[in-house]
Design a protein around this ligand. Structure first.
Ligand code: GLC
Length: 462
């Protein structure tokens, strides 16, 4: 098939097969178009539901197509499903589905392992802000239901707790990685999203008018500042900072010490040396007392760049690191979700023998085409300020990523993910006709060919 035909096919799969209408309007897209085959699926049938996270690329694509009312309807529908029950008040559902004329939401009470998706709530704030910025629809943002939804979210975040750190503490699997993978505590993706959500909420609260609000834009912004400082101090690593980390004393007590989390040198893995090289840098996966997680999580790092958690210079180091580790992160299909995978005893103990998350599979080192556009916009936002050599490499790198997707995805029936060290195999349990894979290609096509500035699509710009 020619490129044009592939793109037309992708569009018609999205509009004619994936989008769901309810009361005569689109409310979002289902996660995968085909019915999951029972043998591959292990019986979990929720891919025919509308997931908030899977709809992020869909809504971004609709914004770029100026289909504003569809995005507004999605946001308003999700808002109407924000939990009102005392224990979960304020959270948005992972997914929802129409059942007998009613929308039924899943807040984790139906999910495998009963895990709640914390990212859905955070994504809503980011998307709502993007919608208002693109459409200019301030009246929507000013509506009492929208403002009160934001306040309920802030009640969850800006409340006293048994922790001092500004990070949001979550159970294992509370985001895109929604199965056990030792990502409990303060995983990067949640923290980067929290930063974006707080800044998005601050922008939206400004449209509230003059009546007094329990949480103000300034509350959000000062929390976001503390969070950013924390992430830069404890998550950002380069080969230089690792050398400092390796020589820190342990067992220190009190304020003004160097090793706040009492981290032993032995927890710093040797693969970091080659991975970082002398010019690379990235945000590590998690910080926990004595147990940092040095794995590289692609989405958390892309969001760290897109939301400017890391500075332009740090973003440059991140992109150098990605370029330098292409054989791991891209190989035959962009983008590896997390590197390196947990293996052997780590896999057994930390995932609880999770068959879907075998080493090099699924979340545990698998490759997800749907992630590539995040890297694309992260890189393009900075393109003008990158040194010329890097500008050129980044441009051809992104084109290559797009072509890898274009050449393979239609034949592979838009597989959900790819397995193995080179990502040559279609994921062992991958769904076909996965919506965010389809839209991921459309977004890559859009951005690779787009005029400068388009990549600021999730911009928080306050
Ligand atoms: C899987 C993924 C999750 C995604 C869902 C629907 O559970 O782990 O991130 O949202 O499928 O596609």
């Amino acid at each position: 098939m020619q490129e044009d035909d592939i793109l037309k096919l992708a569009q018609s799969l999205l509009y004619d097969r994936a989008m769901v209408s309810w009361n005569g309007e689109w409310v979002g897209a289902i996660a995968a178009i085909t019915k999951p085959s029972v043998s591959a699926a292990g019986g979990d049938l929720n891919y025919s539901e509308i997931f908030i996270r899977d709809n992020v690329p869909v809504m971004v694509y609709l914004l770029l197509q100026k289909k504003y009312s569809a995005v507004k309807n999605f946001l308003t529908t999700c808002l109407s499903l924000q939990s009102q029950t005392p224990q979960t008040r304020g959270i948005f559902p992972t997914s929802f589905v129409e059942h007998d004329g009613v929308l039924v939401a899943d807040y984790g009470q139906r999910a495998i392992g009963r895990v709640i998706s914390v990212d859905a709530t955070l994504w809503w704030m980011v998307l709502a802000n993007a919608y208002v910025k693109h459409s200019g629809d301030r009246d929507w943002a000013a509506q009492p239901n929208v403002q009160s939804g934001i306040q309920k979210f802030l009640d969850l975040i800006l409340q006293p707790s048994f922790r001092e750190a500004p990070t949001l503490y979550v159970p294992d699997g509370a985001f895109m990685i929604d199965r056990p993978l030792d990502v409990w505590g303060a995983p990067l993706e949640i923290q980067a999203l929290l930063y974006g959500a707080l800044r998005g909420a601050a922008a939206l609260l400004r449209f509230a008018g003059s009546h007094s609000q329990p949480h103000t834009p300034n509350d959000c912004l000062s929390y976001a500042r503390v969070l950013r400082r924390h992430l830069l101090k404890h998550y950002w690593v380069t080969s230089k900072t690792v050398q400092v980390l390796r020589r820190r004393p342990t067992e220190q007590y009190g304020t003004g010490i160097q090793n706040e989390f009492n981290i032993q040198t032995e927890t710093i893995p040797h693969w970091l040396q080659e991975w970082l090289g002398d010019r690379g840098g990235y945000l590590i996966g998690n910080i926990r007392t004595g147990r940092p997680d040095f794995r590289f999580f692609s989405l958390g790092n892309c969001l760290g760049a897109i939301f400017d958690v890391i500075s332009p210079n740090q973003q440059q180091s991140l992109f150098r690191l990605v370029m330098q580790n292409q054989q791991h992160l891209v190989a035959q299909m962009p983008l590896r979700i997390c590197h390196p995978p947990l293996e052997d005893t780590d896999w057994r103990k930390k995932t609880g023998y999770d068959r879907k998350n075998l080493p090099w599979c699924y979340h545990n080192g698998g490759h997800w085409a749907c992630l590539t556009w995040f890297l694309c916009i992260a890189m393009q936002r900075q393109n003008h300020s990158l040194p010329e050599d890097l500008q050129y490499t980044v441009k051809s790198f992104l084109k290559n990523c797009y072509e890898l997707m274009l050449r393979q995805l239609p034949d592979q029936q838009w597989a959900e993910y790819h397995d193995g060290p080179t990502a040559y195999w279609i994921g062992q349990q991958a769904r076909t006709y996965q919506t965010w894979t389809i839209v991921g290609l459309l977004l890559m096509h859009h951005f690779v060919n787009a005029p400068e500035g388009e990549s600021r699509v999730l911009d928080l710009g306050l």
